[in-house]
Design a protein around this ligand. Structure first.
Ligand SMILES: C[S@@+](CC[C@H](N)C(=O)[O-])C[C@H]1O[C@@H](n2cnc3c(N)ncnc32)[C@H](O)[C@@H]1O
Length: 256
């Protein structure tokens, strides 16, 4: 597991990277790539969309071109402060500080769940994807952008030491393990020689309830109950609109 596949390390990393993120990000994840992914996602005007690992709001801004009903979640206060500066902390976007692996939302809350450039930091990506499946409505779609696995063995070793890089086979495995269907992958790249991104779009089964019943019976502990303990915001209320909790700056955790 790479050094940044650790929540505390990733928070510390973004405490510093947040200062320059918007300037260096376009070298590997630019507007054209984001806009292609948005088009594939086919967001409708009345869709409620969650942006997991929203960071400074680069993708959030794109989502807002399609719908006004956008929620953003990130574990880094420093990244989110940049997003607040763009959209306001309580204005166009409903921001929550929290963990991709324990989403503070009720089951079936969203029509679509988007996440770009965040999966590579999650220690348990399949758990997070299972959370996506839980909070998206039956038949709803999710889109995840992550770093494609490099071909060069030297880069592979370096990549593995830093964070999660994965190819289509691993993406397919993770999305299937999380219970998704109709899974498709796209490889994206800014320009030749720059790192490639793998963008996966998948659908939650129409009959999610049946899947959940099986999971609960198999492994009661793994059932994400939308709040319990570990949410950094201690978001007791899982309803997407219940903002009692969601104070974007209610930072319970140590501020790495
Ligand atoms: C590369 S930035 C991506 C920002 C934005 N989505 C974009 O498209 O530019 C990755 C973000 O994922 C967030 N992140 C990493 N691990 C997370 C976790 N476990 N839960 C929530 N957010 C996380 C980081 O704080 C960071 O803001």
């Amino acid at each position: 597991m790479g050094i940044l596949e650790d929540k505390a390390n990733a928070r510390l990393f973004y405490k510093y990277l947040s200062k320059v993120y918007d300037r260096i990000n376009p070298a590997i994840w630019n507007e054209e790539m984001r806009n292609d992914a948005l088009e594939w996602f086919a967001i409708r005007e009345d869709d409620r969309v969650l942006d997991v690992g929203c960071g400074t709001g680069f993708a959030t801004e794109g989502l807002l071109q399609y719908t006004d009903n956008v929620y953003g979640l990130d574990q880094s206060r420093h990244q989110m402060e940049k997003a607040f500066a763009k959209f306001g902390a309580r204005n166009r976007v409903r921001f929550h500080r929290g963990d991709a692996e324990r989403l503070p939302f009720a089951d079936d809350s969203f029509d679509k769940v988007w996440s770009s450039g965040s999966i590579e930091y999650w220690p348990n990506p399949v758990d997070a994807l299972a959370e996506f499946r839980r909070v998206v409505k039956p038949g709803g779609r999710v889109l995840v952008v992550g770093p494609d696995y490099p071909e060069n063995p030297v880069f592979q070793r370096l990549a593995d030491a830093i964070m999660l890089f994965y190819g289509e086979t691993e993406a397919q495995r993770m999305f299937e393990a999380a219970g998704f269907v109709d899974i498709e992958h796209h490889i994206q790249q800014n320009k030749p020689g720059t790192p490639k991104a793998i963008t996966t779009i998948a659908r939650a089964p129409a009959d999610k309830a049946a899947g959940r019943a099986v999971e609960t019976a198999d492994n009661a502990d793994a059932s994400p109950d939308a709040d319990a303990d570990a949410s950094p915001d201690a978001d007791a209320d899982a309803s997407p609109d219940a903002d009692a909790d969601a104070s974007p700056d209610a930072d319970a955790e140590a501020d790495a």
